[in-house]
Design a protein around this ligand. Sequence first.
Ligand code: DC
Length: 226
Amino acid sequence: MSKIVIAIDGYSGCGKSSTAKEVAEKLGFTYIDSGAMYRATALHFLNEKLSPLRSEDVVKGLESLQISFQHNSTTHQQETFLNGVNVEDEIRTMRISERVSEVATVKLIRAELVAQQQKLGQNKGVVMDGRDIGSVVFPEAELKLFMTADVDTRAKRRQIELLAKGEHVPLEEIKLNLESRDQVDSNRSESPLQKVSDAIEIDTSSLTFFEQVEQIIDLAKKVKIN
Ligand code: DC
């Protein structure tokens, strides 16, 4: 299969990351979790007591920010590193979920992370998921998908994920967080979450994980390269 760019955008918690990861694995592509980069940035600003809303703090924060990904050969998972420290678990906590949307509204932060994402995908053969991948990061992506699911389904899935990591969070709290992130992500002035006209919508509310993955792989196989 030719090396293409698969851009997957959509609302928080509709299974983009796990689906994208599996699609990448099956196609022998590289998976890049752009949300993890925003999460790591949010953690960095918290650690350094910097406000993403103060421009001098943003400059300072970006100067000292280094994000990388490494493959863990034991768990076969990709892990996120912030300035050389493995932060994979920490960036998935509610503490970060509650702060990340604010960080993601800042123009300078987005410009830096978008540039890094474009570099990571420059050789193609990538599956990247996020909110602005098909619209801003890779507007020329050969395959663009927009994933949705109803909020109750998303909240239940997220609760199971958090529980597996030892964090018990009431369903209502998760639902409120998802709704508030949807709201901020869709209405911010900088690269809001939107379904671009050439994206294919996949509603995962009633699909199994396996079906989601298969659907995307079928679509990828049908892509014609000029
Ligand atoms: O995909 P996620 O839930 O891990 O993303 C965390 C947050 O980062 C999400 O609330 C919005 C933001 N984000 C973004 O603005 N643009 C991206 N490409 C990816 C994530």
